[in-house]
Design a protein around this ligand. Structure first.
Ligand SMILES: [Zn+2]
Length: 568
């Protein structure tokens, strides 16, 4: 085995390298040859190739097609043995640390009923007597067939006197037991905070157990914070998951100063194995991380802070998404904005003033219209290449769709949400308001840029699953036949583009990431399915064989022994 491959493999086993420079001897280049290569061409199509040359800096130097002359003298040759090569996937919206912590805390995402969730909680509690709090998440009352939220009383039965705090799968609601509510001082006299709601026991003011959106902060403030060493472990878990799934770059949405320090610690130890572009969770974190403006790319383009992530509304599942008209399944509410449009405009302006990129979470049609209003207004003052981002853009009034392109707004969307949420969306919105739901193709057709991601840990960070949904509008069960709202099915070129070039554009990184092309970083994957031809179900089951970042092997299925596995 060539020494630098050995060094990369050593990295896999967790041994820190003294310096990345030592791991990369002076090379004339690495020739990757005999592959079935496919990459977006940057003009909406794809390009096929047979090989490519990587320069000593880890960038693509040259692409080879059939019959092209290869260089004679290279430092090392990788024989692709006819395997398929695609660019590293970019997850344009994920939560890196939450993805890692989800592995380390109580995970309820597989529970199919309230009873099953309660028995998992009881088992975890018994197995972790040392834990001061019972922490975790992933629950979804909709998938339990429950038409209400779970309660503190139900949680009390399996947790005893120990505080328990469990986040809903979408991160927009938390389920507390009585001990957690009392630790947080949430009582019948606690008012609902702006942008949040304390659910109450029917016919009384007593808290019922579930706190929505801004109200979750009441308990979040009181729960024990993870130690830096726990964060390091969680981050290691997260990196492994991304690399195993073929994600080479992730946009971290809502980075805290502690998260940033975790990324920096990994970088200092040369253990930052993937690329992260951070969007700070609020103005304070933005200023602490970036100071007067976005950070430069550091650590060989592995880390950068671009801007800020703001929340305008909540999620459909907890009826926190802000709609233009009442919910079809609850006429008493239109959901709730987490701030006024004036407050939103002020925060966006505060960030834009110092050149930070702005990404705003908007799920409901009223929330999307409000963010588009703010962008329209701020674009008068903050000119130039701003790349305003709307995160999710799930339910958009068809009348508002053309406004994305008009203001150069990037629609940062997550195909897997469509497959997971379609029946819930039908219930929440009714049949009349689905025309602008998960409307990838309509939004792209107006000329707006799409950037795709997973919202991990809400959905698995698995871009090939997302690609399968994007080209079929069907779920893992192949349902519904022909696809849900099939007019929004994307071409393979458009779907692959949204996970690569489109996502890179959304990060101001199209000059270095997203394609296998000269001058760009050599981030690529060996996979066992061709994304241009595989049937949706085969595409969903794509195995990532090797993940290369900056021209070096960062992860391989053979070395990992399948331990990391790929969730799907
Ligand atoms: Zn998110």
């Amino acid at each position: 085995m060539n020494s630098w491959i050995a060094a990369a493999v050593t990295l896999l086993s967790g041994t820190a390298l003294a310096s990345p420079a030592l791991a990369a001897p002076a090379l004339d280049g690495v020739l990757v040859d005999n592959v079935e290569g496919v990459t977006p061409d940057g003009r909406g199509g794809v390009e096929r190739f047979e090989g490519f040359l990587i320069d000593p800096e880890g960038k693509i130097a040259q692409i080879f097609h059939k019959g092209d002359k290869r260089p004679k003298k290279v430092a090392y040759k990788v024989d692709g043995k006819g395997r398929i090569v695609v660019p590293g996937m970019i997850d344009a919206h994920g939560h890196v640390m939450a993805t890692g912590f989800a592995k380390m805390t109580l995970d309820l995402s597989m529970a199919k009923s309230l009873d099953e969730a309660l028995s998992r909680i009881a088992a975890w509690t018994a197995a972790h007597p040392e834990a001061p709090w019972i922490l975790g998440g992933g629950w979804n009352q909709a998938s339990w067939g429950l038409d209400r939220m779970p309660t503190a009383a139900e949680l009390d039965k399996v947790t005893g006197g120990k505080p328990a705090w469990l986040m809903r799968i979408d991160g927009h609601a938390g389920w507390a037991n009585s001990a957690a509510l009392s630790a947080a001082g949430v009582t019948a006299t606690t008012a609902d905070p702006a942008g949040g709601e304390v659910l109450r026991v029917a016919g009384s003011k007593a808290p019922a157990g579930v706190l929505i959106d801004a109200a979750t902060a009441l308990v979040e403030k009181k729960r024990p914070k993870p130690r830096p060493e726990d964060a390091d472990t969680a981050f290691g878990e997260a990196q492994l998951q991304f690399l195993a799934a073929g994600v080479t770059t992730v946009a971290d949405m809502g980075t805290s100063i502690e998260d940033w320090q975790t990324f920096r610690r990994a970088s200092d130890k040369h253990q930052l194995r993937m690329r992260i572009v951070a969007y700070a969770g609020g103005i304070e974190a933005m200023q602490l991380i970036g100071g007067p403006g976005p950070t430069p790319w550091i650590d060989d383009d592995r880390l950068k802070m671009n801007g800020i992530k703001l929340y305008l509304d909540g999620a459909l599942g907890s009826r926190g998404a802000w709609l233009k008209a009442p919910y079809a399944d609850d006429a008493g509410t239109k959901g709730l904005p987490q701030m006024s449009s004036t407050q939103l405009g002020n925060l966006m302006s505060r960030a834009a003033m110092d050149g930070f990129q702005v990404a705003v979470h908007a799920i409901g049609d009223e929330a999307n219209a409000t963010v588009l209003d703010s962008i329209e207004e701020l674009s008068q003052t903050y000119k130039g290449d701003r790349r305003w981002r709307i995160e999710h853009a799930q339910i958009v009034d068809p009348a508002d769709i053309p406004r994305f392109a008009r203001n150069g707004v990037i629609a940062s969307m997550q195909p897997q949400h469509e497959a997971s949420d379609r029946t819930m969306a039908e219930a929440r919105l009714g049949p009349q308001r689905l025309a602008g739901a998960y409307a990838w193709k309509s939004i792209a057709a107006t000329g707006a840029k799409l950037a795709f991601g997973s919202d991990t840990p809400v959905e698995p960070a698995h871009p090939f699953e997302g690609l399968a949904v994007a080209i079929s509008r069907t779920g893992a069960d192949g349902q519904p036949m022909g696809g849900w709202q099939p007019q929004e099915i994307l071409t393979r070129e458009a779907a692959l583009g949204a996970y690569t070039t489109g996502a890179a554009y959304s990060l101001f990184a199209e000059d270095r990431l997203g394609r296998i092309a000269p001058g760009l970083r050599a981030d690529f994957l060996f996979v066992d399915e061709d994304p241009m031809t595989a049937a949706p179900q085969a595409l969903r089951g794509t195995h990532v064989l090797e993940t290369w970042i900056g021209g070096r092997l960062a992860w391989s299925a053979a070395q990992d022994g399948g331990k990391a596995g790929v969730r799907r």
